[in-house]
Design a protein around this ligand. Sequence first.
Ligand SMILES: Nc1ncnc2c1ncn2[C@@H]1O[C@H](COP(=O)(O)OP(=O)(O)OP(=O)(O)O)[C@@H](O)[C@H]1O
Ligand SMILES: [Mg+2]
Length: 248
Amino acid sequence: MIKIDGLTKIFNSNGHDIVAVDNIDLTIQPAEFVIILGTNGSGKSTLLNLLAGSLVPTAGSIFFDQKEITSLKEYQRSAFIARLFQNPLAGTASELSIIDNFRLAALRSKSRKLILGNTKSFEEKVKHKVSLLQLGLEEKLHQPIGSLSGGQRQALTLLMATMDNMQLLLMDEPTSALDPRSAERVMELASRFIGELGISAIMVTHSLKEAHRYGNRIIQMDQGRIIKNFNESEKRQISLQQMIEWFA
Ligand SMILES: Nc1ncnc2c1ncn2[C@@H]1O[C@H](COP(=O)(O)OP(=O)(O)OP(=O)(O)O)[C@@H](O)[C@H]1O
Ligand SMILES: [Mg+2]
């Protein structure tokens, strides 16, 4: 469970303050898949960066399973928090092969080091996992990841993020650089992984169709605050047409 108390981030730019995240309280349960909507500059990415530890909050605290993690560094949080970015190039090393990218991902946490012990079994494990994507990439494990399409990379990054005991997946517009078919495939995968692993996930999107179809909770942000918060049953009752009327 993730709990945020009075989380605030103020940036100072040219002498004036920008309140990017304004005193947010939020609790997210395991297996909750939260969709965040909001106009440009409403603080969505800042909120995700605060959760991941790539930004230090101006005020407030973050708890993970009752333990305060506010002062944990990003690399410490990466043992249990994974990220998927808008740019498929982010989060992977282009010049390294698929298998070596999985090794790097595996090194992020101590538990992941264990699976490095036996090279052969590690490769078998990765091969099996990659084959589940049904993209034929299991035959390309030794090719540089940079030679793959954006959609293939996003699918792999997602897979790397969910290989181990990841507990929170943060996705910032993960499909906006993808063609519609790849976008749909990545979303189906993400949704399946989140469900199967029972992890918590937060996805920022500007696509109301995605927001309608995926996730079990919707939050709308405006000027650093949460202005709408629909739970699972409320979300289920909203039609796509209503979504467009309310959020567009
Ligand atoms: N490093 C920074 N320094 C100064 N201001 C920043 C910084 N990062 C974000 N901001 C400001 O904080 C506000 C929130 O930005 P943020 O990137 O979180 O918005 P967003 O909701 O993700 O927008 P978008 O939909 O365009 O991605 C904006 O006004 C932005 O200009
Ligand atoms: Mg953003």
